[in-house]
Ligand binder design. Structure first.
Ligand code: FES
Ligand SMILES: [Fe+2]
Length: 471
């Protein structure tokens, strides 16, 4: 290759950089290009640049209350074991044996003082230390230093309201700083009682041919779909007030990239419909003394119904009956959109309940939660069918040829006031409408920022000029 060719190559951009450039330009017009929703190169960059470089939720502390408890989870594509050790500490360990890489833990959850790799028997403690090596002396003599061969540990682990987050990178801010306004919002969702909430059981897990960003973005602010996609639920009296959902919507956008939507149910349903419509037998247990003035206003009048903590943890809380026409109960589901491939996720869904609830109440909440947002839940089925259309559009040769970009322009010409509420005293921005797609755009801007930030330094390799070819 001549010098001129090398210089020309250096001036050309890698394909991924060009895609990110198009995302950046499109976002200026409130558009999102189709090619980021089902592309192997974009997907690989997401797991390398986002999921290995930021805080990711891995488990709730109530899933591993006792010494020896563990659950197997994921950080992006990597399986991790989250353990409670004998000292009460929480450890997030790589589930790859240091000997040859076999998964040392082959089950989803349990209680054990150690993990024995099934291949050659190397054995690790619940803190990840190598504590057993078969035939140590004959196999290794004095040469194997067990201190050097423990399971890899996530360098950063921290909790908020019992939600355990891990970072595979040392170089991240403190968890509370990363959460920012998202932590403030999490506090008012689950911190209404000194003991917070607990899981009602292990998560449902099922595959959906949808992109993780679609689900995360939907839960960060898509109010618009409620009275179309989920309208059948109102027809069978499982929902109420859906037609007013945009009108009474409140969009909370946090500067750290976490976004929420609330609803002024007191306006659409009943003036006494405060605190998500929890009945007095539940609210009598709440202790709201730790909430600040803005939090108190929100929980009483405009509580968050859905939200997303970037990148892939979302929640939904709403009041619904377990059977059409039956008594209502308030469901709280946390869900994680696990990326498993381009345009494909494993959807993990936990039901959460209050610690003070009776077994009967827990059962009722769990049953109701599964009815609406379990793997066969009536809302879940609506959402996932719609979301699965998007990677198909993204894989379409025709749509790529057309340079298709999705519209997030709602609100640009709306007569409904889209401006930030000047009276808002909480963190971030609140808009007093569910119209507009500001939260979703904020999600994609955060995505782009993290994709750029995590980019490796480029060196020009003349042998890899094929990397620069257009598609
Ligand atoms: S791969 Fe685990 S002991 Fe060999
Ligand atoms: Fe939905």
């Amino acid at each position: 290759m001549s010098t001129t060719e090398i210089i020309q190559t250096a001036g050309r951009k890698h394909r991924l950089d060009r895609i990110l450039d198009r995302v950046e330009a499109s976002l200026e017009d409130d558009l999102v290009p189709v090619e980021i929703f089902n592309d192997p190169e974009v997907f690989r960059a997401e797991v390398d640049r986002i999921f290995t470089n930021t805080w990711v939720f891995v488990a709730h502390e109530t899933e591993i209350p006792k010494a020896g408890d563990f659950v197997q989870r994921r950080v992006g594509l990597d399986p991790v074991i989250v353990t409670r050790d004998g000292e009460g500490g929480i450890n997030v360990l790589s589930n790859y044996c240091r000997h040859r890489g076999t998964q040392v833990c082959q089950t989803d959850q349990g209680n054990s003082r150690f993990f024995k790799c099934p291949y050659h028997g190397w054995t690790y403690s619940s803190t990840g230390d190598l504590i057993g090596t078969p035939h140590l002396v004959d196999a290794y003599g004095e040469k194997l230093d067990p201190k050097e061969w423990g399971l890899k540990r996530a360098p950063r682990v921290a909790s908020r309201q019992g939600f355990i987050f891990a970072s595979l990178s040392e170089d991240v801010p403190e968890l509370d700083e990363f959460l920012g306004g998202g932590g403030w919002m999490l506090d008012l969702v689950v911190g209404l009682h000194p003991k917070g909430m607990r899981v009602a059981g292990p998560p449902d897990r099922y595959k959906v041919k949808a992109d993780w960003k679609t689900a995360a973005e939907n839960f960060s602010g898509d109010v618009y779909h409620l009275d179309s996609l989920h309208w059948s639920t109102e027809e069978i009296h499982v929902s109420q007030g859906l037609q007013a959902s945009c009108e009474i919507g409140r969009a909370y956008e946090m500067p750290e990239g976490h976004n929420f939507v609330g609803h002024a149910w007191t306006k659409a349903i009943h003036p006494g419909y405060v605190l998500w419509g929890y009945p007095p037998e539940v609210t009598q247990h709440f202790d709201l003394s730790g909430l600040d003035e803005a939090q108190l206003h929100v929980v009483n009048h405009e509580p968050p119904t859905v939200g997303t903590i970037f990148p892939n943890l979302s929640f939904i809380r709403f009041n619904t009956p377990a059977v059409p026409g039956g008594p209502f109960s308030v469901v709280t589901s946390f869900r994680q959109w696990q990326p498993i491939g381009p345009g494909e996720i494993e959807l993990w869904s936990w039901q959460f309940v209050w610690d003070f609830q009776t077994e009967e109440e827990v059962l009722e909440h769990y049953t109701t939660g599964q009815f609406v947002f379990g793997s066969a839940g009536i809302f879940e089925q609506d959402d996932t069918v719609a979301w699965e259309g998007i990677p198909r559009a993204a894989a379409s040769p025709w749509m790529r040829k057309e340079g298709m970009a999705f519209s997030f322009q709602q609100g640009n010409n709306s007569e409904v006031d889209q401006s930030p509420d000047p009276t808002w005293t909480g963190p971030g921005i609140r808009r007093n409408t569910g119209y507009g797609e500001h939260n979703q755009l904020a999600f994609y801007r955060k995505w782009l920022k993290e994709m750029r930030k995590g980019a490796p330094a480029r060196t020009v390799d003349p042998a890899s000029t094929h990397d620069c070819e257009g598609h």
